[in-house]
Design a protein around this ligand. Structure first.
Ligand SMILES: *[C@@H]1O[C@H](CO)[C@@H](O)[C@H](O)[C@H]1NC(C)=O
Ligand SMILES: *[C@@H]1O[C@H](CO)[C@@H](O)[C@H](O)[C@H]1NC(C)=O
Ligand SMILES: *[C@@H]1O[C@H](CO)[C@@H](O)[C@H](O)[C@H]1NC(C)=O
Length: 447
């Protein structure tokens, strides 16, 4: 008797599961059939044959691809590129010195160089990725997250797979343009359409490097075509036509198919219009590291009032080769953007650096109800250590080749009631830590 009812229950459960997956899959199946040729061609273009593949516990597949067969070599500017295996630079840390006499008014945020940040109460530096438990790539190869049919089927368009939505060519002066005052000068950050940011900005120097320790969280993303990042940007060029190299962590269900916190890189040379992409989903970034896979989950993540896990994200131009290197943690080189990709940043430096978070959603600004996609930890910046997402050890490098706290900084937020920012120091004797983030939709504050 018991067995029979058990069977019946099983049958009913199967029925529910089947009918559910059927309705969900009709659309996808239709799309898959209709575009099967396009999808196959795109997959062939995107994925390079690996000498080994590793199935990660989360279902992702990592292909170990010959380092000279990676996507970068499909780029016309990189046909005969010779890989630089390690960066050649070393930067001296500037010794903490007393405040310089000039003060960067009217910014309310004090920014001169002071003693290093207060003790990291309880934070561990990590650059571990869960897939590493399932295997490792041999020398001479790099790990690449395989793009699957289902990844393409989620994308809004095959052509723009792996790309951010483009900013419009021209834009009028309105709420959607980010501006910040730094050293009494108005700085145009470009159009912020469908975007809400909480960032620390510096400009006024020639930046050949920037870095920061960012703690890792897993904020909620409300709808699959939204994403949330914590990252650093190095930019050059006008607000509507800039070049940018970026890295950090991100939750992006549309791109990756789940809500895990993943390591990413991004680049563009035309403010996201037609160039660049996340990770290795197009040709551009040259990877040299065989242990770190772009687009794969990073962890463990920090918890409220509990242990904090952070990673140093560091991007520096190697002045000997012109390559813009990404390093993580304590000096682990991941790879670089070659100068051939850029115009401004080919010979030149970056002129703007940003640290912080960005939420991409069409339900921001005046579109109500606001998205409940969170930024950072999901807590406001005022939560400080243990609760808020932070950037510690904010550093830049200019042609003096010294790592230093940027003298001229300003905080920028699109919607302070939804996602806030605070460049906070316990006292003027310490350099500030940048805290940022928020829940998005939040009672009457962010309706
Ligand atoms: C900041 O402003 C002061 C006064 O206008 C100027 O002398 C200085 O060069 C500026 N600094 C930067 C980095 O732009
Ligand atoms: C500090 O970190 C350890 C392990 O990383 C953890 O067990 C402990 O709870 C943390 N303490 C605080 C106060 O966050
Ligand atoms: C903003 O979002 C809307 C709605 O999803 C979309 O049609 C538009 O292309 C987006 N624009 C940008 C610049 O992201």
């Amino acid at each position: 008797m018991e067995q029979r009812s058990g069977m019946l229950l099983l049958a009913i459960m199967c029925l529910i599961v089947f009918s559910r997956s059927e309705t969900v899959d009709v659309d996808v199946n239709f799309k898959a059939k209709k575009y099967s040729l396009e999808i196959n061609n795109k997959l062939k273009l995107l994925n390079k044959r690996g000498v080994k593949n590793i199935k990660s516990e989360n279902g992702d597949i990592v292909d170990c691809v010959d380092i000279y067969k990676q996507p970068a070599f499909d780029h016309p500017a990189l046909q005969n590129h010779k890989i630089q295996t390690q960066p050649s630079f070393q930067f001296a840390s500037q010794a903490p010195s007393p405040s310089p006499s000039h003060s960067p008014s009217p910014s309310p945020i004090p920014s001169p160089i002071r003693s290093p940040v207060q003790n990291d109460h309880n934070s561990s530096q990590i650059i571990s990725q869960y897939w590493q438990r399932s295997g490792s790539c041999p020398d001479g190869t790099i790990p690449i997250r395989r793009i699957r049919r289902r990844d393409l089927l989620r994308a809004a368009s095959f052509e723009r797979f792996g790309m951010k939505n483009a900013a419009p060519n021209s834009y009028s002066t309105n709420d959607d343009i980010g501006t910040v005052y730094i050293n009494k000068t108005r700085v145009d950050l470009g159009p912020q359409i469908n975007r809400s940011a909480a960032i620390l900005v510096t400009t006024g120097y020639s930046y050949i490097g920037a870095q920061g320790d960012i703690n890792i969280w897993n904020p909620k993303v409300e709808s699959p075509d939204e994403y949330t990042t914590a990252q650093i940007w190095l930019r050059n060029g006008p607000g509507n036509d800039f070049e940018s190299v970026e890295s950090g962590w991100m939750v992006n269900p549309k791109l990756y198919g789940d809500s895990a916190t993943r390591l990413f890189v991004y680049w563009t040379v035309d403010s996201y219009k037609s160039t660049g992409c996340f990770d290795l989903t197009c040709s551009g970034f040259v990877q040299t590291n065989k242990d770190i896979a772009l687009g794969m989950p990073l962890g463990p993540v920090s918890s409220e009032a509990g242990p904090q896990y952070q990673t140093t994200f560091s991007i520096n131009k190697d002045v000997n080769t012109g390559n813009w290197w990404l390093r993580l943690g304590q000096n682990v080189a991941v790879g670089y953007w070659p100068p051939g990709l850029f115009s401004y940043m080919k010979q030149g430096p970056a002129t703007l650096v940003e640290w912080g978070g960005e939420v991409y959603s069409s339900k921001v600004k005046n579109n109500r109800p606001h998205t409940a996609t969170a930024m950072g930890s999901g807590n406001f910046a005022s939560g400080l250590d243990g609760y808020a997402c932070y950037v510690k050890q904010v550093r830049i490098v200019d042609y003096s080749m010294q790592l230093k706290y940027p003298e001229w900084v300003g905080s920028f937020v699109d919607e302070g009631n939804c996602y806030s920012a605070q460049n906070y120091a316990q006292s003027l004797a310490y350099e500030p830590t940048f805290y940022f983030g928020g829940p998005g939709r939040y009672y009457n504050y962010c309706p």
